[in-house]
Design a protein around this ligand. Structure first.
Ligand SMILES: NC(=O)C1=CN([C@@H]2O[C@H](COP(=O)(O)OP(=O)(O)OC[C@H]3O[C@@H](n4cnc5c(N)ncnc54)[C@H](OP(=O)(O)O)[C@@H]3O)[C@@H](O)[C@H]2O)C=CC1
Ligand SMILES: O=C(O)C1=N[C@H](C(=O)O)C[C@H](O)C1
Length: 246
């Protein structure tokens, strides 16, 4: 093992992302310690690693953060479907270790979020924002973590919170569009790795910013880059935009 080679611990290692991560970790010259899946204890894993990478399930988050804290190593969390209580857990862990949580580790989506923020700030309230996403049939959470992060970028640029602005699951007699709403629509099917469009609909014109993931290896590459970057950082919350210098 060279000096730059690091020991990665992957939580959810048998899953779709876990398998993609194993390939990228090896390709980058790092080692993957035996990972953890549902029912496994992440503490012994964490103590043999330089960094933890978590692509598993929201219910595992607290014990994964605790394992990283016990071993005093950074953790990158890619798991989606997180709720408000998970944000509290992440903030609390970041008091003692470096934590990077994101709904999408790809370079393309990180740049897209930046562009959405700019567009939302420049276009202002006269433009309605709608977010459309499509994923494979096995995805268990909706809207996707990426749709939420894109919605957050758009909402923050308007000085509002995404949870107040969010309008998802329209059905039946909905009434006219609520002013200032950010709409979310979800499609599921086939093997789609990830499609996201942010539509800015104005009067007689429309701008669409979109990203297509052709393979989940893009998420794995971004995650490994983020995890490498986190090693040696001081405790705190970090973002993919910082990793990529955006
Ligand atoms: N941030 C990003 O860029 C991306 C995020 N994701 C997110 O990553 C997560 C995983 O996605 P994906 O790999 O497709 O899902 P999979 O269902 O293929 O894999 C999930 C893995 O997590 C394991 N797991 C489930 N529950 C627990 C638990 N309580 N403790 C430890 N391990 C557990 C599963 O183990 P077992 O099989 O034993 O149940 C499985 O190995 C999802 O939340 C997804 O949305 C996905 C792609 C990119
Ligand atoms: O579950 C997936 O597959 C993906 N999940 C993430 C999300 O919820 O946005 C990222 C990516 O789009 C793939």
């Amino acid at each position: 093992m060279t000096d730059s080679a690091k020991r990665f611990g992957v939580i959810g290692y048998k899953g779709r992302m876990g398998r993609a991560l194993a390939a990228v970790i090896a390709e980058a010259g790092h080692t993957m310690q035996i990972g953890v899946d549902a029912g496994g204890n992440p503490v012994p894993l964490a103590t043999q690693c330089d960094v933890l990478v978590d692509f598993s399930a929201p219910e595992a988050l607290q014990e994964n953060l605790d394992a990283a804290k016990t071993a005093r190593i950074p953790i990158l969390v890619g798991t989606t479907g997180l709720q408000q209580d998970h944000c509290v857990m992440l903030a609390e862990a970041a008091d003692t270790i470096p934590v990077l949580q994101t709904g999408n580790t790809s370079l393309g989506v990180t740049l897209l979020a930046h562009l959405v923020r700019e567009a939302s700030a420049k276009l202002g309230q006269g433009w309605d924002i709608e977010i459309l996403e499509m994923h494979h049939r096995a995805k268990v959470d909706a809207p996707s973590g990426t749709a939420k992060l894109l919605g957050e970028a758009a909402a923050e640029a308007r000085g509002v919170s995404v949870s107040d602005a969010m309008d998802s699951g329209r059905h039946g007699q909905t009434g006219a569009r609520r002013e200032g709403a950010i709409g979310f629509a979800t499609l599921r099917g086939g093997t789609v790795a990830g499609e996201h469009s942010v539509i800015f609909a104005g009067n007689e014109e429309r701008i669409t910013l979109s990203h297509t993931a052709e393979d989940r290896m893009i998420f794995a590459r971004g995650a490994v880059r983020g995890a490498e970057w986190l090693i040696g950082k001081t405790p705190g919350r970090y973002t993919m935009a910082q990793v990529l210098g955006l």
